[in-house]
Design a protein around this ligand. Sequence first.
Ligand code: CUA
Length: 365
Amino acid sequence: MAQRNARWRYLAGALTTLAVALLAGCGPAENFKQSSLDPQSDFTRMIHSLFQVEYYLALVVFILVEGALVYVVLRFRGKPEDPEPEQVHGNTMIEVIWTAIPALILAALAVPTVKSIFRTYEVPQGDVLQVDVIGHQWWWEFRYPQHGLVTANELHVPTGRTVSLRMITQDVLHSFWLPKLAAKRDVFQQRTTTLWFTAEKEGLYPGQCTEFCGIQHGRMAFQVMADSPQGFEQYLATLKATAPAPAAAPAAVDSAKPTAAAGTTTATLGATTVVADTLAGAQLWMTKGCLGCHSLDATKPMGVGPNLAGIGTRKYIAAGWLENTDANLAKWIQHPQEVKHGVIMPDLGLTDAEAQTLAAYLRQH
Ligand code: CUA
């Protein structure tokens, strides 16, 4: 008896531990940044409603089948003195029933499922925002072909307007996954894949590469920022303003910023310091090799390194790996191989002061 009690206590303890461990992973889906259970677009709502139908149907089947099983086990359990039970070999009627019911359920589920699959592959027409997505080891390039603009790792889109994505990769296979707004789609070299979504609410929606693509695959994230339509127009205007003014001197990289290009000295000491720093930053930018791979002009796609127009206001750097603080930016510039081993960006042997100056310079872009 004591042994039996101990066994029950052991079983109860094990079940409680398991339940606590399982429940620890639970919580409202909106608390999780990358949860497909928190749909925020027409596209993800369509998938989510399908998921809900299947989930609740499966729950009903589970309760019926397991309930019947538990009932039979308890109701007809054998005792040691029982005689040998009657031996049954098959029952055609029951077998037909338990084959037909699941087949009918699956056939019924196939109709909305297949319909939804086809819908996810439709290419939206009309007043859509076209975005070209290019996967790189290990960052994402985003182009707005209708506006002749390019950016990287942080994609702005307007709410209420359908975004049509066309995706390819520059190097190896990647997979674009934007759980709250869209689905997961592999990106290939010779074949364009597509996705579409209409964001409902303003906000920041994280995404991630989900195809193993090399040593920094886990740090190939991106953000989608859904802006109000006006906010989005403003964002486009800021990107456009990063192009040098037509009459600018060719050597001035950021001639759109008058203070830096002309080296204007201003009346107050603080402002003079800023101008001097900016000039020093621009000089480092041009002499240390940054210019070879990155552009600060959103109208000039280069494709080697991420376009850095608007880098100063992005939320993250290093493809979603680090928060965009001054210290992180300087560290990333100075020790790229330490921060993200294996990236194309080499360690340029910058001093602390040079890295800080460059970071301050980028902050203004
Ligand atoms: Cu790109 Cu994993």
